[in-house]
Every structure is written in structure tokens, then in C-alpha cells.
Design a protein around this ligand. Sequence first.
Ligand code: PLP
Length: 296
Amino acid sequence: MDANKEVLFLHGGASTHFFQVPMNFLTKGTKAAYLDCGVWGTKAIKEAKIYGDVDVVASSKDKNYTYIPAGFHIPNDAAYFHYTTNNTIEGTQMHHIPDASVPLIADMSSDILSREMDFNKFAFIYAGAQKNIGAAGVNLVVADRSFLAKGNKGIPSMMDYTVHVENGSMLNTPPVFAIYVCMLTLRWLKKNGGIQAIESANNKKAALLYDTLDTNSIFTLPVEKKDRSLMNAVFTITDPSLEALFLKKCESESMIGIKGHRNVGGFRVSLYNALPLSSVQVITDLMNDFANQYGS
Ligand code: PLP
């Protein structure tokens, strides 16, 4: 990462930035461009509209957010372009960084540190810690100094990113335990080969899971193949009457919390950095057994 970046550890959830970003970088009479690819992007758009105009450059709402739109145009006169790199609930992921002539802002809450990326392309990145960085209660922010300098003045100190920079992320009592867990997680990541190594492990995990789902027609995958998330795999059972049984079988083998989000239904298996390949093996073995027993 280039030397012009500030790294902050700030209070709150990633949702805090849905309004803190426009509060800092958008004003009435100016507009920001947003991509609408799921629940979290929609929430960010709603909050931004409080502060200025929002140009939704593309949306995948027409197909229940099962794909990432392509070929959209980002206007040159937008204050910034905002998108969510990984759509946690819907199981889609942006596999390239969009070209934009305006500052790029990304919510990377659910895939930060999971893969190598050119972080220098972003003017502002935020991510809740609770997936790949550490414990809930703290957010990572990586911001370009020159972008921060152009931000709005006269906003409450606690909301003003430049004030947090001046105070070294310690404007008020930091969430010390959550930050301590981040430190341990980052040390663990470094010791195990860093992002390059974790990316290769994540690719193997996702390949095993998606191959298993693809080869057993008892499962249906709603997301377009090219846009599948390597962090959150969403699927249904082709015959919905078998869903409760599948869930019960998973639970009986201590695999809990795989029920899909209420907006999407079905199932969601998350493959965050902390999950080893051996755990994916356990669920894919169960999937194969289930398909052999109940599939056609
Ligand atoms: N953005 C993304 C991509 C998320 O996955 C989440 C939570 O899962 C959020 C934002 C909201 O995070 P929080 O609950 O920490 O506010």
C-alpha cells in the first residue's frame, strides 16, 4: 500500500460508515454514484440520500441480486463511487475493481484480507472486523490522505474521519478488546503466509464446495457462476421439502447457522479465513451422502 494511506481502527459496525461516508464526502447539490447489489448496498444508498443526490449506476434487484451488473457507467461528476466488494447475504462477489475516474469507496466487510487486491486504487475502504479481521465492535478504515483533506468541514468530531486521523484512532476510548483480537488475527495471518497464502486456501475451499454443489443436482445454485462469492456460498435444495431434513442432518453433525438469510432463503455456507479446508471437507462429505440418499 502506498504511503499516502491512513489506517484507522474505529468504533461501531460497518453500518456506521453507510452514513459517515456521505456525511464526510457528500453535500446537498452534489451526487455520489452507488452500485446496488444487495442488502448492504441498498442500506448504504438509503443513508447517502440523507446527505445528497445518489445516482444508482446499476442494480441487480431485477433478479433478486443473483448477479453483478456489467458495463455500467460511472459519471465523472460524482463525488465518489461506492460499492460492496462481497455481498454477504446474496453470495455474489465483484471479481474485478471497476474503472472509475472518481474516488473509489468500498465496503469490504465480508472479503477483506481474503484475496490480493490493488488497495491503492481505493480512496476509501471500510470493513467491519467480525468476518476476517477480528471481533465485532471495531471497523478497519483505509483512507487516502488527499481524499480525506477534501472532506466536509464542520461535522461532529466523532463522525469526522480527519479528527480520528489526528487522534490516531483514539479520539475516545477505543474498543480495546476488539482491537486486541484484530492484532492476534493479523499476526496469525502473517505467520501463515499472509494474504497470498490465505487466498490460495480460500480458492481451494470454494472450489471444493462449489464443485460438490454443482455435481449433485439435488442442490440448486441461484447465483450466476461468474459472480459467485468465494466467501459465502448460497444454495437451495432443489426439492424444498428436503430442506428441513438437510438442516437437521447438518445440525446433528454440529454444523449450525447455515440457514440462509431470510431475504434469500435456502442455505448459506460461509468460508471466511478462519475456516480450514478440513471443515469444508466435512460438509461436502455430508452433502454427497445426502445427495446419494435422497437425490434422484
Ligand atoms: N456490509 C457488509 C458487506 C456486511 O456483510 C455487513 C454485516 O454482515 C455489514 C455491512 C454491516 O455490518 P455491521 O453489522 O457491523 O454494521
